[in-house]
Ligand binder design. Structure first.
Ligand code: 5IU
Length: 275
């Protein structure tokens, strides 16, 4: 059967990539396919949100370059929360340069992403050399890479043959590419009739998820967990402002309520899909 109808546990048991296996195991253990995206700019708010959503998530998505008071100790605290609450870390870095440069951006600089982020992502626009460049750093550390096959934004150019080429690139490097940021399952996308894709298991992580809003004023578009997981076959819902809010300041009690609400909605949508 395809990965669409298998349980997360069945998929974890046979996934060859350590970070993909760990994510699938975590999803099953916590009954959560929820990834919270924490796009806040103050280190203490960042940690407070993560500490309160931690019990409800399989994965925390970060943009560490937006944190104004970033220091190395923030990463140590993030790692302590990852251990306390049992979640993985995904720095949403969206690498897009030549292989040599992305290898340096991934390993070095202020953030040293490869040393702490289990999963990161890249635009396929430079071609396969971006994957081999990142793999030279991440593979020895057991990391996994997601390719951006589609985006949630209005007017996205990542469609059609671009998306198909992203899937082909992943198939050619499936030792390090564990899946896609996409809006639907990619099984069969870009495959020739002769090609068997039965054994491949790419994870689909999907941003642009909201229960109360259909979009924002800057091109974001939201779909519900049911649309994303049940109807489109995606594996992980990525939710930001739907959980931590859009106003000034963070209401920590409301964040906890929303995290549990989205966890429950994502899990119910998965149970509906596997039947
Ligand atoms: N994100 C998207 N759409 C995409 C990709 C990434 O929204 O196609 I690729 C990121 C941007 C932000 C998070 O960090 O996911 C979504 O946040 P909100 O749930 O607050 O819209």
């Amino acid at each position: 059967s395809s990965s669409q109808t298998q349980t997360y546990a069945q998929r974890a048991a046979k996934h060859p990539n350590p970070s993909a296996k760990a994510l699938l195991d975590t999803i099953e253990r916590k009954k959560s396919n929820l990834c919270v995206s924490v796009d806040v700019t103050k280190g203490d708010e960042f940690l407070n949100v993560i500490d309160v959503v931690g019990p409800y998530v399989c994965l925390i998505k970060t943009h560490v370059d937006i944190i104004e008071d970033f220091e190395t100790s923030l990463i140590e605290k993030l790692q302590a929360l990852s251990a306390k609450h049992d979640f993985l870390i995904f720095e949403d870095r969206k690498f897009a340069d030549i292989g040599n440069t992305v290898a340096l951006q991934y390993s070095s600089g202020v953030h040293k992403i490869a040393t702490w982020s289990h999963i990161t992502n890249a635009h396929p626009v430079p071609g396969p050399s971006i994957v081999t460049g990142l793999a030279s750093v991440g593979k020895p550390l057991g990391r996994g890479l997601l390719l951006l096959a589609e985006m949630s934004t209005k007017g996205s150019l990542a469609t059609g043959t671009y998306t198909e080429e992203a899937v082909r690139m992943a198939r050619a490097h499936s030792d390090f590419v564990i899946g896609f940021i996409a809006q639907r399952r990619m099984d069969g996308v870009g495959a020739s009739a002769a090609q068997s894709v039965v054994d491949e298991d790419f994870l689909i992580l999907t941003p642009g998820v909201g229960l109360d809003s259909r979009g924002d004023s800057m091109g974001q578009q939201y779909r519900t967990p049911k649309e994303v997981v049940t109807e489109s076959g995606c594996d992980v819902i990525i939710v930001g402002r739907g959980i931590y809010g859009t106003g000034n300041g963070i209401d920590i009690q409301a964040v906890q309520t929303q995290a549990e609400r989205y966890r429950a909605a994502g899990w119910a949508a998965y149970l509906d899909r596997i039947g």
